[in-house]
Design a protein around this ligand. Structure first.
Ligand code: NAD
Length: 473
């Protein structure tokens, strides 16, 4: 529970869990074990600030589930961090990892600070001290618990964490795998930055390729020509928009905090991004209509809406006015439970955040594997495959007496490098996860929506794992 309010985010997650658990056959005790947070580490430590003051920092690391090792989940720097929130986010990580078959338990960390109020040096000291506290209690390590970025943290903080960890654990051969989301020079993997937006695209595309689902929504199959509105032109929103556009969708609306723009003929996401970079705002983009009230863009005419900014943006107040037939939850929690009910009742298809934005953790898993194997993806096979492809192609050309075009030649010859392997691993993961959730939804007539179906998939996987593990007497 949060200290100052009755509302419990963790309580909400448990409610959704209970709603879905009714569609499973697991023993009550196993369900209770899955729901519970296994370990909560609440810490306070002193840090000397630039002006000589000593500040006591409040921080958390919650390991929700140990059904797989290690645990995995981001670290958030935000003034609102509290134990209830970290517990909720840790439990969502367990379910998210289970759905996309990433073999980790869920975890989450949080430091209760507004990072904008601290200098880079102060943030470094806070991050390094937090890491030392985690090391002291065995709450971090490539085989125990592997953090990643979240709100307010990024590659820089992950580099501080891995440096502190490897300094305190000299000679630990897999030490680089203690955290993911690192810069490439510090053991990061190519493809992490665009992973979540790309995963959102793959998930939505998979739904749109299902004839029955699209027919029910009154839409044609496929992404081509679909009208898309994106809220948030940050990491996730920008990359989602780019992939939709490349697949032939029309980006008709883009919303940012300063306002929104709309053009029924479509807009180029990169041009909007550059326009915002040079003018400081997305408004006044050539050919587009300005919308002063940013949230009004969510209610404009489109087929697919991608909220990729904040939580609770679609709520009881505006849910009825949403025109999109499909909402792809790129952000975490953009739809309130009340809005969810309204949208379900009017037949809007909500593709839930729980797996749709799992691209980040999926590629984090690839980064961890890279760290454990101590070799860049593709390093061993790239040239071998290119030589083989070249040989096969020249033999075919000799035998057929015809030659392929230069662009086809380039495509066929291309051996696997890190970025291609990461992208294709992500595509495979998102397609399989989306199909599994959709099949579960369709095979139980009473499951009301895709979110509940996603929970059912997660519960079944975690419960199977517990059942197969056996539980210690
Ligand atoms: P980001 O900070 O890069 O982008 C967020 C964007 O939203 C910014 O451009 C910001 O200006 C814009 N924004 C802020 N307030 C707004 C408002 N009121 N209306 C419209 N736009 C507004 O963050 P991000 O990494 O893209 O994350 C976005 C969401 O996706 C968050 O909910 C996050 O939890 C979720 N998510 C991110 C990842 C990831 O890998 N980055 C993974 C899973 C989930």
């Amino acid at each position: 529970m949060s200290e100052n309010t009755e509302y419990s985010f963790f309580g909400d997650v448990c409610k959704s869990f209970d709603k879905a658990a009714k569609f499973t056959k697991w023993d009550k005790g196993i369900l209770e074990q899955i729901k519970a947070c296994n370990a909560v580490f609440r810490m306070r430590f002193p840090v000397k600030m630039d002006d000589g003051r000593i500040e006591v920092i409040e921080a958390y690391r919650v390991q929700h589930s140990h059904h797989k090792a290690p645990c995995k989940g981001g670290i958030r720097f935000a003034a609102e961090v509290n134990q209830d929130e970290v517990m909720a986010l840790a439990s969502l990580m367990t379910y998210k990892c289970a759905i996309v078959n990433v073999p980790f338990g869920g975890a989450k960390g949080g430091i209760k600070i507004n990072p904008r109020k601290y200098s880079a040096y102060e943030l470094e000291k806070i991050t390094r001290r937090y890491t030392s506290e985690l090391v002291k209690k065995n709450f971090i390590g490539p085989g125990t618990d592997v953090p990643a970025p979240d709100y307010g943290t990024g590659e820089r903080e992950m580099a501080w964490i891995v440096d502190t960890y490897t300094t305190l654990k000299p000679g630990e051969i897999d030490g680089l795998g203690c955290v993911t989301g690192k810069p490439i020079t510090q053991g990061g993997v190519r493809g992490r930055r665009e992973a979540t937006g790309m995963g959102v695209f793959f998930g939505v595309r998979e739904v749109c390729s299902n004839d029955d689902v699209m027919k029910n929504l009154g839409l044609t199959t496929g992404i081509l020509g679909k009208k898309v509105i994106v809220q948030g032109l940050g990491n996730v929103g920008y990359h989602s928009g780019i992939y939709f556009q490349d697949a032939g969708a029309k980006i008709v609306g883009i919303a940012e905090y300063e306002g929104a723009i709309y053009n029924p003929e479509g807009m180029d996401v990169d041009e909007v991004f550059q326009h915002r970079k040079s003018t400081g705002s997305i408004l006044n983009f050539p050919g587009a209509q300005n919308i002063e009230k940013s949230t009004a863009a969510l209610e404009m005419e489109c087929d697919i809406l991608i909220p990729a900014a904040l939580e609770n943006v679609i709520n009881e107040e505006n849910a009825n006015r949403i025109k999109a037939k499909i909402i792809g939850e790129a952000a975490n929690g953009p739809i309130t439970p009340e809005a969810d009910e309204i949208l379900n009742a009017k037949g809007t298809l909500v593709i839930p955040d729980m797996f749709l934005n799992a691209g980040g953790v999926t590629v984090s898993y690839f980064e961890w594997l890279k760290n454990l194997s101590h070799v860049r993806y593709g390093r061993l096979e790239k040239r071998f495959t290119e030589n083989l492809n070249s040989h096969i192609l020249s033999q075919m050309e000799v035998l057929s007496g015809k030659q392929v075009s230069p662009s086809e030649r380039e495509f066929i010859m291309h051996g696997p490098d890190e970025i291609s392997l990461v992208h294709s691993g992500l595509e495979e993961t998102m397609i399989s996860a989306t199909r599994e959730v959709m099949e579960t939804w369709k095979s139980h007539h009473n499951i009301p929506d895709m979110r509940t179906a996603a929970y059912v998939v997660a519960i079944n996987k975690v419960a199977t794992s517990y059942a197969e593990l056996g539980i210690f007497p």
